[in-house]
Design a protein around this ligand. Sequence first.
Ligand code: C2E
Ligand code: CA
Ligand code: CA
Ligand code: CA
Length: 278
Amino acid sequence: AKERGRNCFSFFTPAMQKQVQQRLSLANDLREAMSKDQLQIHLQPIVDIVSGQVVKAEALVRWKHPKHGMVSPDKFIPIAEEMGLIHEIGDWVFRQAAEAMSLWLAKATGNDCCQISVNISARQFMHSDIGNSWVDYLSAIHLPPSHVVIEITESLLLGDEADVMVKLQRLREAGMQLALDDFGTGYSAMSYLKKFNIDYLKIDRSFVRDLESDPNDRAIAEAIVVMAHRLGLRTIAEGVETEHQKDILAQVGCDYVQGYLYAKPMPVEEFFAFLEAK
Ligand code: C2E
Ligand code: CA
Ligand code: CA
Ligand code: CA
């Protein structure tokens, strides 16, 4: 469909034209973003629903554009993928996240500390030697891989099955864990759950948003948790914004919660200050 799109300039409205131009200009700027230190990672706490402790954090990439301010990753990750820049960016995010995790470990006192999760897109996974280079990096900085969770999506599992299987297995054998992101929004993921060794299901924000008012969403959340537990997986609910949503999630047995109720994603130093203030 993309190929066809390229030859259909006659259908472009001015609004579409503007969008394309904006994309092109962002694409050019993105090449420089890395070398000019415009990318950052932010960390968002993930809370154990029973203890209320921050036990994990998700690393989310940020682009501080000199002219446009913060550009959403939903906007620039797809561009990075098209340009083939996603590998460089993804490796950088992984290293930043791993280093933040090392810092956290050094500061932590409890013995059940803690994990950092990193998002990886399907495209990123396709043409690269992620398994080995990431494992090597963790060993170079002496971070035990069990402190790293890789967040994948169902679309990744739809790719070349054998290849994906080998790469995921490599990460898991090294000791990293896997989370299936945005669970319930894509295709029927049930069969993949059998084939791939996944550790966490992330209940998508779209099921959390109306939990208070929509009994169907509660039923879905509960069904996901029950199924996950029967399969030996744990669940993380995303986009939790209210105490009431959290209470319902606790009632249905969800294990972890993440959302603005606790904190928005924040720069690494702020995250540590946040932990200390707790
Ligand atoms: P995601 O992995 O599903 O990340 C969760 C998104 O929900 C984040 O948006 C986060 O800021 C937002 N969020 C968290 N809690 C709440 C809440 O309580 N309410 C609401 N309304 N939103 C909440 P963000 O940071 O803009 O990231 C958007 C997407 O971009 C991510 O969705 C992920 O798919 C992608 N992304 C972000 N960082 C990376 C990265 O380093 N690599 C790759 N490949 N993708 C990334
Ligand atoms: Ca995610
Ligand atoms: Ca998600
Ligand atoms: Ca998402």
